[in-house]
Design a protein around this ligand. Structure first.
Ligand SMILES: Cc1cc2nc3c(=O)[nH]c(=O)nc-3n(C[C@H](O)[C@H](O)[C@H](O)COP(=O)(O)OP(=O)(O)OC[C@H]3O[C@@H](n4cnc5c(N)ncnc54)[C@H](O)[C@@H]3O)c2cc1C
Ligand code: SF4
Length: 521
């Protein structure tokens, strides 16, 4: 491992310099390369940079376009149409319908996420070992990779100056209950606490992979083609030979010219939904039957705290504080923020009552709980006649009981933070709870998953890592058990939940996979 990479990747004057866009293509694209990487999110961008810097001839293909500061719009509906698959309406069917968002843009999820970088504790990997026999992935093994990624991205705790009152209230609440809590560590530089992470950082503060790792990959000689959808991996026996795909128009996603790339080695990092779709369409790497089979989420639920005084919740880092005090029980608590129109869909009532809630917008703060949900799973399947997936996921009752406990703790945090009322958003419970006693209903009322507005943007395990080729799709080095020169480097390879937010773990694994390829191939 080189130490040269342990410096923060610079912010280039034009961070997308050298990125090829649809306007650069004429007709069809025909390319060849040594290493082909599919997807420019947290997983793929790292692999492209590290292998380009190791002297490999790298091509990176990304379906979405590059989007910079000037392209981001604050209006949520328009932003989601531009940056998210299915315009942000994607959902898994099951006992709750679970909305889940996947980005379509250079930088993948890192462009529109809250930039939280969290290292999972060591015991998470014991769980991985128990599930799929993976022994080589431990916190000790991954720590040097966490170090490298954090250094490249300038990961640091959210400073108090950009916390704002919303994050501060969460801290007060946790401390009053004797719960540990801490500022989130994030990959940002000069954050102004504008709470706009979800629609893209117009301040250029977020160190998403498009402006960091992809830019560094290009400096090292990688060729980066955006607006290219990979449809199939081409294989002959135990070897892949390249891919076939289409050029797609940004935002309408209309297919244009054809794409064919020949490659000696392929790394799929199209995300935990995108990668199984490519594999299923291609009919490869699935002798185990595990491709797309073990979709896991961190289901999340929010409670809205209403404060007697205005707290101007739109000020402050999007998710500046969190508590991992109950992580061993499968629960993580966070502050949340999203654009007003998204929050408005979460407010109860109609007519005048609804308007009353909207008018108190400056008094509210959403806090959320996410759950490891180790007993719950689902699947990614091909949807006939569509390039979108058929997603299924069921919330197991055992996990839901843990979640209900988490909701009770979340409610306690709200009251301890000084809330005068909370909006629990749970079917069968009054829309507004005005005292902590009344809020005990959250703990005592028998609830089912379908009584909640569960959502999840943390998804993994659809091409899971396993020791035995019969139990999973890749080995601990990200290599497909069935195919000698095909690797996967996105969250799909997790063997179980990451417990904490998954991006940093995905990046550490991708870093390890890339260095492994550079060493052995
Ligand atoms: C709103 C939101 C907030 C989040 N906040 C956080 C957070 O604060 N911290 C955290 O740790 N995690 C967060 N996450 C989750 C995190 O962003 C993801 O876990 C992470 O981005 C996954 O990285 P990945 O490389 O596996 O996939 P992705 O980020 O999904 O990247 C996959 C890339 O592949 C491209 N692609 C897909 N299919 C194809 C194809 N067929 N051809 C070519 N390209 C393709 C996609 O367009 C995308 O750019 C958040 C997610 C969302 C949606
Ligand atoms: S809080 Fe605002 S300034 Fe900070 S990273 Fe997010 S969008 Fe950028």
């Amino acid at each position: 491992m080189t130490t040269a990479a342990l410096t923060m990747l610079p912010n280039a004057p034009d961070p997308h310099a050298g990125v090829l866009e649809i306007s650069d293509y004429q007709g069809n694209l025909r390319l060849d390369c040594e290493v082909l990487v599919v997807g420019s999110g947290p997983g793929g961008a790292i692999v492209a940079k590290e292998l380009a810097e190791a002297g490999r001839d790298v091509v990176l293909l990304e379906e979405g376009p590059p989007l910079g500061k000037a392209d981001f719009v604050q209006e949520a509906g328009e932003s989601m149409q531009r940056t998210l698959r299915e315009g942000g309406t994607r959902a898994a069917r099951g006992n709750p319908i679970t909305p889940t968002m996947q980005a379509i843009a250079l930088g993948g999820g890192s462009l529109i996420n809250s930039a939280i970088c969290a290292r999972p504790p060591a015991w998470i990997f014991d769980k991985w070992q128990r599930r799929t026999g993976i022994e080589g992935i431990t916190r000790e093994v991954l720590d040097p990779h966490f170090d490298r990624v954090e250094a490249c991205l300038g990961v640091a705790p959210t400073p108090v100056e950009v916390q704002g009152e919303r994050n501060h209230r969460f801290k007060l609440g946790c401390e009053a209950l004797g719960m540990s809590c801490e500022p989130t560590w994030r990959n940002v530089q000069n954050c102004r606490g504008s709470a706009e992470c979800f629609t893209g950082c117009r301040n250029g503060a977020k160190k998403s992979t498009d402006v960091t790792y992809v830019a560094a990959a290009i400096r090292a000689g990688a060729r980066v083609y955006t607006s290219v959808r990979v449809e199939r991996v081409l294989a002959s026996g135990r070897r892949v030979t390249g891919i076939r795909g289409r050029i797609v128009e940004p935002f309408t996603w209309t297919p244009r010219g054809k794409v064919r790339v020949d490659a000696k080695l392929v790394v799929l990092a199209a995300g935990c939904v995108g990668t199984p779709l490519i594999l299923l369409k291609s009919g490869i790497a699935n002798s185990s039957g595990w491709v797309g089979r073990d979709l896991r989420f961190h289901p999340g639920l929010a409670v809205m705290a209403m404060f007697p005084e205005p707290i101007e919740p739109w000020k402050g880092a999007t998710q500046g504080y969190h508590s991992v005090d109950y992580l061993k029980e499968g629960l993580k608590f966070e502050v949340l923020w999203s654009p007003p129109s998204v929050l408005a869909t979460r407010l109860p009532g109609c007519g005048h009552a609804y308007q009353e809630h909207l008018l108190r917008y400056d008094h509210m703060a959403p806090f959320d709980v996410i759950c490891a949900a180790d007993d719950s799973s689902g699947s990614v399947r091909l949807r006939r006649g569509s390039h979108h997936p058929d997603l299924r996921w069921d919330f197991a009752q055992t996990d839901f009981e843990i979640m209900q406990k988490g909701l009770g703790i979340l409610s306690d945090i709200c009251w301890a933070a000084g809330a005068e009322a909370i909006l629990p958003g749970l079917n069968g419970i009054p829309e507004v709870l005005r005292s902590q006693d009344e809020a005990e209903l959250i703990r005592t009322r028998p609830l089912e998953p379908k009584d909640t507005i569960t959502a999840s943007n943390h998804a993994f395990c659809t091409t899971r890592m396993a020791k035995d080729p019969a139990d999973g799709v890749v080995d601990e080095h990200g290599r497909c058990h069935d195919v000698d020169n095909l690797f996967i480097a996105d969250t799909g390879i997790f063997a179980a939940s990451s417990g904490v937010n998954p991006m940093l773990l995905c990046m550490a694994l991708a870093d390890r996979i890339a260095l492994g390829i550079a060493d052995r191939w």
